[in-house]
Design a protein around this ligand. Structure first.
Ligand code: GFB
Length: 292
C-alpha cells in the first residue's frame, strides 16, 4: 500500500464506492519511540497514496482513521476536536501523530478543493481480538493480558509493568470502533459537514470518554485472567503522555454509544486470546521475575 503505482492500478481496476482507511504502521510506545523513521514514512506513504487514488477514481466516500495521539501532550482534558495543532505533541509518538495529522488535513483539503466526502475519526487507544501481543511492539492492554496470562501459567510471583503506572488512558473495544466508523459513514454528508465545522474541526473523536490509570488497568486485567501475584514497575520504560481522554460529545450528539464496558471488553479479548494464543506461536516470554 506504500507503492503508488500498485495502489493506483488497484483503484482503477476495482473502482470501490467506499474506502475505510484503517491500514497503518501502528505500535505501542516502545515501537513508536524506537522506529520514528518507519512510522512517519510508512504512514505518510500509505495514506497519501490511498487518499489520492480514491480521489482520482471518484470514490463516493472515504473514512480515515487517525489516533488520539494527534492532540497536544498537555491539551485540556477531556480533549475536544478543536484542540488539534494548539500545542506541542508527545515525543514518544510524534512521528505517528504528524503522519496522522497530515492525513486528516489531506482529507479536509481534498473536500475543500475537489468536493470529496472524505471523513475522519480519531480513535482512543483500541484493543480487542486479533490484536498484536508481541511484548515489545504492542500496546499496553494486549501486553498486560499476555504477561498476566503467562505469569499465571508459570506461577510467577510478580508481573512487571512499564513506567510508573500513573498515566491515564481511554480504551475502546475494536468492535465499538468498527460500529462507530459505520455510524459516521452513514451520516448524511450535510450532517457530518455541519457538525464538524460548527466545532472547528474536520473530524470526530471516537471513544468511551472514560479513562483509567495503567495501575487500575493492570488490576482489571489481573482479575480477568485470575492472576493473584504482585506488580513491579520498570521505570526505565517511558510513561508517555500523562492523559489523553477525549471529549466524545459530538459523536454522542450524533446518536452513537459504545457497547463494551472496559471490564467486559477485557474479558472478551482474554477469551479470544486463550483460544488462539497457541496458534500465534508466541514463545513464552523469558521469565525475569523468578529469583535465581
Ligand atoms: O499503549 P502504550 O504502549 O502507548 O502505553 P500509548 C500506554 C502506557 O502503558 C504507557 C504503559 O505509560 C506505558 O509505559 N505500559 C505499562 C505499557 N506496561 C506496558 C507494557 O507492558 N507494554 C506497553 N506497550 N505499555 C500509543 C501510541 O501511545 O497510543 C500509538 O504509541 C497510538 O502510536 C496509541 O497513538 C493510541 O498509549 O502511550
Amino acid at each position: 500500500m506504500r507503492e503508488q503505482a500498485d495502489v493506483r492500478a488497484f483503484f482503477k481496476d476495482k473502482r470501490p464506492d467506499v474506502v475505510i482507511l484503517a491500514a497503518a504502521r501502528v505500535g505501542g510506545i516502545q515501537a513508536n519511540a524506537t522506529n520514528p523513521a518507519q512510522f512517519i514514512y510508512d504512514n505518510l506513504a500509505v495514506q497519501t497514496t490511498v487518499i489520492h487514488s480514491a480521489y482520482e477514481v471518484g470514490v463516493s466516500q472515504l473514512l480515515f482513521l487517525g489516533s488520539s495521539c494527534v492532540y497536544p501532550k498537555l491539551a485540556e482534558q477531556p480533549i475536544r476536536e478543536n484542540a488539534l495543532l494548539t500545542g506541542p505533541l508527545e515525543g514518544t509518538n510524534e512521528p505517528y501523530a504528524i503522519a496522522k495529522i497530515a492525513g486528516l488535513k489531506m482529507c479536509e483539503y481534498y473536500n475543500a478543493e475537489y468536493g470529496t466526502d472524505f471523513r475522519c475519526v480519531m480513535p482512543s487507544n483500541l484493543y480487542g481480538p486479533y490484536d498484536n501481543f508481541d511484548l515489545e511492539t504492542s500496546h499496553v492492554l494486549p501486553a498486560l493480558l499476555r504477561k498476566f496470562h503467562e505469569a499465571k501459567l508459570r506461577g510467577s510471583p510478580e508481573v512487571q509493568i512499564w513506567g510508573s503506572g500513573t498515566p491515564q488512558r481511554e480504551f475502546t473495544h475494536v468492535d465499538d470502533m468498527a460500529d462507530a466508523s459505520l455510524h459516521v459513514m452513514n451520516l448524511a454528508s450535510s450532517v457530518y459537514r455541519d457538525v464538524t465545522t460548527q466545532n472547528g474541526a474536520c473530524h470526530v473523536n471516537v471513544g468511551t470518554g472514560e479513562e483509567v490509570s495503567i495501575m487500575e488497568l493492570a488490576k482489571l486485567i489481573a482479575s480477568a485472567v485470575g492472576y493473584e501475584g504482585n506488580l513491579s514497575f520498570d521505570r526505565s520504560r517511558p510513561d508517555g503522555t500523562p492523559r489523553k481522554v477525549m471529549d466524545v460529545s459530538i459523536l454522542k450528539s450524533l446518536g452513537w454509544r459504545p457497547e463494551f464496558s472496559l471490564e467486559d471488553g477485557i474479558k472478551d479479548t482474554y477469551c479470544w486470546f486463550e483460544k488462539f494464543s497457541h496458534q500465534m506461536n508466541l514463545e513464552l516470554m523469558p521469565d525475569f521475575s523468578v529469583r535465581q
